[in-house]
Each structure stands twice: as structure tokens, then as C-alpha cells.
Design a protein around this ligand. Sequence first.
Ligand SMILES: *Cc1c(COP(=O)(O)O)cnc(C)c1O
Length: 435
Amino acid sequence: MQFRSTQSNDSLVSFKDAVLRCLPSGGGLYVPASAADMRQFFLYMDINTSYPELVATVAPGLLQGELNPFSASRVAESAFDFEPELQQLDDRLSILNLYNGPTGVFKDFGIAFLAAVMEELIKNNGFAMILSAAKGDTGVSIAQAFYKRRGIISVILYPSGPISGLDPASFIQNGGNIIPIQIRGTFDDCQRLVTEAINDRPFAERYGITSANAINVGRLLPQAFYYLYAFIKVKQYLEEDLIFSVPCGNFGNLIAGLYAWKFGIPVSGFIAAMNANNAFGDYIKGKDYCPHPLIATNSPALDVSQPSNYKRLAAFYQEAPAVMRNMVYPESVDDRATLEAMGRAWKQHNLILDPHGAVAYAAAERYIKSRDDFYGHVVILATGHPVKQAELVSEVIGRKLEIPEKFRKLQLKIDPAAVIAPQLDALQGAIASCV
Ligand SMILES: *Cc1c(COP(=O)(O)O)cnc(C)c1O
């Protein structure tokens, strides 16, 4: 499979180039250049196939000529000591838990694969520097995935404010390969600096700079694997349509689902479950995109007014506008409806959801209710571990949640390696002095 820029169809690049360069010249993002039919690899896959086995089987098919089956096995084994978990709730609903990774969010899946595959791609004398903007626990996910990866240094940019959860033993000054840097500015400043550093080609080439943010298609593509995984688990009780309900913030997860559809899973549609920040709903229905002011909600990872994957979604629309309009169903769930859905999931199914999963649950319920003749099955993506918003969840379900040790550690405050102004030259100086 080759990759192209969202801005042009002309210059195709390999997976390795897309992953290691991260941004095409000309301002776009990389997307798969074609639809690869992967059905022979997963359609008849055994229901008990483990997640690493699935990845080791499908990835070499997808990345033919770049990742052989042996390399793919190594990547899958070293990336995943955690798995998605599919649980059937009733005839119409299942839940796909994606929060079993080190930081309790689905983002662990894409990041873990990216780190392992990058080490494999550069293993013959290559080197890379992974420059990423982080807020919340994403930095911990990146640091853990890239720690000790051969030939790789991981620089993580944080906005002003406390930084927590990193292990100082992994820092470069202590013999590791992680460099946390605080930017005197906002998360947007951090993201801007990542883009500027990659686009300064001489500098980027000297250090082999790329990113573990969602701009890297090597993080997005492997998210398609858990849709395939869900399919092999539910196909035994699938009578009609298969629908996924996806909590949407930057729309990476939804786009990965659309890739899975392009790879051949027989899915009929996706519910784009948004909270009150639903400007994208109109766009999906075919209107011009017009961002609204941001509203703070109880599902904060969905509080996004300008999704960073806009260009990728727009590229999809360009290719197949009618398909998109008929396949993606926007829903908007406000805070109150989110908490009510969390309560119902607990009462009806003994299911504990975090608010992001509850948004997708509420959207799935509405979807089913609005169709008298729905005999299909909806798989709800539970993207966040409920203990990460333990207080709120406990209040709703009336039960105290035990917080596992690994999540407690995410709270420990740490000091950055450097604190710098939000400017490219300051970042370049800090990098030069660290390595
Ligand atoms: C990041 C995140 C989302 C949103 O995913 P996108 O791919 O940005 O749409 C949903 N839920 C949780 C818990 C998240 O951390």
C-alpha cells in the first residue's frame, strides 16, 4: 500500500516514508492512496485469534513489500501486551473495550504499534527522533511505547502546567531516550512547533524528525486493526447490518473505521457520536464546515472545535461523497444525556462506562430506537477506562471504583528536562543541547 497527500494525488510514498517524514510537502496529511482488499486475511479468521496474531497476519498483507510476516510478528508481539475486549450486551449491542493499555485510553493502540513498527523500519542503521505534542496522559503513552526503542529518541512537548506520570529513569540524562520539554505556551503552540520542526527540512533530516501525534498516518492506520478484531468476534451473531458507534473528538478513530471498511470489513455504517461540540455533524450531512465556539463538557476528549483530521475526512468526502453521507450518522449527546446513558448501561447490563463511552452508548441507543426494522448489531467503542473519571462515574452508578496502581502512577508530578519559549529556534537549541 502506498500513501498520498490529502492535497494531491501525484506523488506516492511508501509506508516507511510516510511514517518517517510524517508531513508531505505542501501542507496536507498522508492518507492511504488506495483501498486494499484484506478480506482473504480476516474473513475466515478463527474467533479465538489473539490481537497480536491478527495484527501479525493483517499488517504484512497491508504493507506488502515493506513488512514481511516475520517482522510483523515481532512488531505485534513487542507492541501489544494488552488486547481489546469484546463483550456482547444483547442481540443488538456489543461493547469493544479499548482501554486496557498502559494509560487506559484507546490511543495506546496506535501509539504502541507506531513505536514498534518504527523500530523495525529503521533497524538497519537508521535513526529517528519522535517529536510529539502531549497533554494529559498521551505523553506517558508515547514515552512508554518508545522507551528503549533502538535508534529512537522521543522528545515530548508539554504546554505550561504540571506534567505527570513519566518515569525519570527513562529520561535521556539518566541513560534513557526520552526528553520531556515544557513550552511556555498552550497545547496549540506545542502542535505548531512539531509542524514547524518537521517542515524545516534540513533540521528534520539531520535528526530524522517525525511525530507520534495523530498527524502520523502510522499511528492512525493500525487503529483499523481493532475494527477487524471486533468483526471476527461478532460475525457469529451477525444477522444483518454491522454498525460501529464511535465517540468522536479529532475523528481519528472514525477515520480508522472508514479505512477498515476500505480494507473490506462488511460494515454498513458508523455513528459519529459527539457531545455538545457537534459542529462536524452538519459537515457530515453535507453542509459547509463552520466551527462553533468550544463548550466544556464531561467528556473532555471530545471537546474539539476544529478536528485535526479535517483534511483526511475531507479527502474521503472528495472520493465518495454519497457513500459518506449514507454511511456516517452524526449524533450529538449533551452532558445530561451522557450521565443518563451511563446510568442505564449500569442498570441494564452491569456495564461501567466512562463518559466518552457513554456518549457512544447513548448515540447507539438512539440509532436503534429510531429504526423500527433494525435487526443488525451495533458495536460501541469504549475509548476510556472508567477509573480515569472515577469520581463522576462513582456518583452516577452509586458504587466506589477501585483505582489500579498503574493509574495512580499517572498522577505523580515530574520536572521537564527544559522549559523554553514557544519558538522554533528555542526548541532547536534545546534539542541540540540534549543529544
Ligand atoms: C482521544 C479520545 C477520544 C477521541 O478520539 P478521536 O480519534 O480524537 O476522535 C475519545 N475518547 C477518549 C477517551 C479519548 O482519549
